[in-house]
Design a protein around this ligand. Sequence first.
Ligand code: FES
Ligand SMILES: [Fe+2]
Length: 343
Amino acid sequence: MSPPPREHWYIAARSRDLGRRPLAATVLGAPVVLFRTGDGRPSALADRCAHRNLALSRGRVVDDRLECAYHGWRYDGLGACTLIPSLAEVPGRIGVPAYPTVEADGFVWIFGGQTRPAGAPRPFPHLGEAGWTTFAMKNRFEAGALACLENFLDCPHTAYVHRGWFRSARAKDVPARVTCTADEVRVEFDEKPERDSVLARLLLPRGSTLQHTDRFLMPATSRVDYAFGPDWHFIITSQCTPVTDEVTDVYTVVSFRARRIGTLVRLYFEPLCRRIMRQDLDVLRAQTGDVRRSGGPRFTSVASDLVGPRIARLWREPRPGASGSSSGGEPAPVETREVVIRY
Ligand code: FES
Ligand SMILES: [Fe+2]
């Protein structure tokens, strides 16, 4: 299975986890060290000293520089070695690779590719906006990024893994429109609001209509919208950072608008989200172990697997017009399909 494309921004850490000490992270399989220079801005370098390859994350930040813990070589925010204590001056150009790094929405993002980033990281929806309440979660999933994204955008599992929380056991036919572009897979459901689930009883005004949209956004973000009229709107956005093939750091921002009682709703909603997330963590951990035990994936996909196979295809065959794709030219045709799924 193809990994997600590297030429994009990925979250390497939460801003609040990066203080005065260097922080080790693994992004797209590569060891990275994050640190803040004197002005507080984050930098990201390959976590390997050029000298004898001790991880730079074992060192410390001194005078705006990252100092290796072994022989004290120092590096600036762009990875250039600026001091070798055992020599009067640094001979020639010595350094370690640096990643383009920005801080936005409370996260430190690094650009995983070799090219220059064409734009900024995609903002999380409605974060910090008036009328919206938001909270964030970080979870390490013992599963690959594709398995995570498919899970976050998959309705049929909810009746089993989250039995009773979202939907009642009585399955119904739900028409769905799937639209696939170079950057996005979008599924719009023509769904009636569920009355029997825990979530519905807690959160829904009577007589509300439901607009439910699931989206995959390149390279590795899922976004789920449940809108019940203009005053009630819940959005769950998860950015997946591949650590290894079988480990993914998932940064989730939940944004919602709930009349004027956002703070009150959060008291119920946040623990509920965490509980639902734990159920997904458990089933994905089990799936990873089971697939490994049986000798690797041999999946059977059917028409109700609306999103996973399309993500795999976008990763495998990036289309012209994709953000970060260097192919340029005409944008790929948009695929639209109507499907009825039962859940
Ligand atoms: S290994 Fe880093 S200074 Fe020697
Ligand atoms: Fe789930």
